[in-house]
Ligand binder design. Structure first.
Ligand code: UD1
Length: 451
């Protein structure tokens, strides 16, 4: 059945104590809201409607960046979750499928749970979970007929508060019914709000079927405080680590590896301890990332080895069997098959042809203080240690740069470029120099004693 998503993101989140709206705080490299939207996107919705309110402009800009097709509807005043969903109705006009409602501040919701809600034959399906500590969640009041109603904590009796079966918040409602039920909501409750949860009692009163889909408590975790954000990050990471292990990735010390929301790692890749994946990283099967590497927006092909202690920045593309060693930084550079960059090097805005060796201490001097420039290095070249490549510059195929060269002009294919001062040896000068220096030191000590 066709699905439309309604994502509530109008709330303020004062307890974050932040200038940034709570749904825009980053979690695993993407805004909290993006996680909820991604889970929803797996249902391939016909329409995605995000309800904004607090800091609406910033939230709407983020929504557009995450999903250009999403529609934002503003809720001018936050009068409750039911009122928030009502703001989506104009955008649902003509839609006859299933409306799946979720919160923008619950980033760990699973797509499978949303799918179970969407596919459920009942008129309304809501999520329930057994809470370890039910705190202020809404309680599910059931009878032998099933779910009767949801009572919010503020309105619950002591007896109802003792119930541990709670409302997870996500729900699915068949679209034709949604408008009808929302129009029946009232705000005569302890919070003075239009509660979305009251749809259940209204549906039951109208003889409709209501069902509960059980979910895990972690899926309901809302990000209202920095502590909850940190907890959500930790839960995200443990899920991502377990996922990588299950997919055949070796993690030597899983608890020290940090993934982004979109990290892709192939089977039989090996990831050493203390590796951080920023957004946009893809690692092919069989590649190895050694300890203490930091990677963002880059691609590592089959058979490549990276690190220990390497940094791959956006636009780094490593072809098969490339070796990038310790203290190497690569940015916006393509390294063709079999390139070796073993130690202490910066390659930025560059292309390196296949099987070229880059010596220790090589730097592409790509920035002149105003503009960035490119360095092109051909295949099977040899860049001697401590070569400064002052871009824009090119080194041809099979060329050789002498150690310590400052290359300011293009090097033709097959040429040897030597661009350094010539060495002069002065026989016996070292001993005389040491003697002179020692005398100077003794004279200085004598002067100090006199003073
Ligand atoms: C809600 C449920 C509660 C459930 C809990 C699970 C209601 C009335 N209560 O409570 O039964 O156990 O979720 O987490 O639905 N929002 C708006 N506009 C508003 C009000 C809220 O967009 O006018 C958004 C918030 O930004 C937030 C979400 O809706 O993302 C949930 O609102 P919140 O007030 O936090 O509901 P809870 O108290 O968590």
């Amino acid at each position: 059945m066709a699905v439309a998503l309604v994502i509530l993101a109008a709330g303020q989140g004062t307890r974050m104590n932040s200038d940034l709206p709570k749904v825009l705080h980053p979690l695993a490299g993407a805004p909290v809201l993006a996680h909820a939207m991604r889970a929803g996107a797996e249902l391939e919705p016909e329409r995605t409607i995000v309800i904004t309110g607090h800091e609406a402009e910033a939230v709407e800009a983020a929504v557009a960046a995450i999903d250009a097709g999403a529609i934002c509807r503003r809720q001018a005043e936050q009068l409750g979750t039911g009122h928030a969903v009502a703001q989506a109705l104009p955008a649902l006009e003509g839609f006859g499928g299933r409306v799946v409602i979720l919160y923008g501040d619950t980033p760990l919701v699973r797509a499978e749970t949303l799918r179970a809600l969407a596919d459920h034959p009942a008129d309304i399906a809501i999520t329930g979970f057994e809470a370890d500590d039910p705190r202020r969640y809404g309680r599910l009041i059931t009878s032998d007929q099933g779910l009767e109603r949801i009572v919010e904590f503020k309105d619950a009796t002591e007896e109802e508060r003792a119930i541990t079966l709670c409302n997870g918040g996500m729900m699915a409602v068949s679209a034709p019914l949604l408008g009808e039920l929302l129009s029946g909501l009232k705000n005569d409750n302890a919070a003075g709000e239009y509660y979305l949860t009251d749809l259940v009692a209204l549906a039951r009163a109208g003889g409709r079927q209501v069902a509960v889909v059980m979910c895990d408590e972690t899926e309901v975790l809302g990000v209202d405080t920095r502590a909850q954000l940190a907890r959500a990050e930790a839960l995200f990471q443990s899920r991502a680590r377990a996922g990588a292990l299950a997919e055949g990735v070796t993690l030597t010390a899983p608890e020290t590896v940090f993934f982004a929301f979109d990290t892709v790692i192939g089977r039989d890749a090996i990831v050493g301890p203390n590796v951080v994946f920023g957004p946009g990283v893809t690692v092919e099967s069989g590649a190895e990332i050694r300890a203490f590497c930091h990677l963002e927006s880059c691609h590592i092909s089959r058979g490549a080895t990276v690190g220990p202690f390497a940094r791959l920045r956006p636009g780094a593309e490593l072809a098969e069997d490339v070796h990038v060693g310790n203290f190497v930084e690569i940015k916006n550079a393509i390294l063709d098959e079999g390139v070796k960059v073993g130690h202490l090097t910066y390659l930025g805005d560059a292309h390196v042809g296949e099987h070229t060796n880059i010596g220790a201490g090589t730097v592409t001097c790509n920035y002149d203080g105003v503009m960035k420039h490119r360095t092109e290095i051909g295949a099977r070249a040899f860049i001697g240690s401590d070569t400064m490549l002052v871009a824009p510059v090119s080194v041809g195929e099979g060329a050789f740069t002498a150690t310590g060269s400052v290359i300011t002009q293009d090097v033709p294919a097959g040429a040897l470029a030597v661009a350094r001062a010539r060495q002069e040896n002065k026989p016996g000068f070292a001993a005389r120099l040491f003697e002179k220096l020692r005398k100077a030191k003794a004279a200085r000590a004598a002067r100090r004693e006199l003073n």
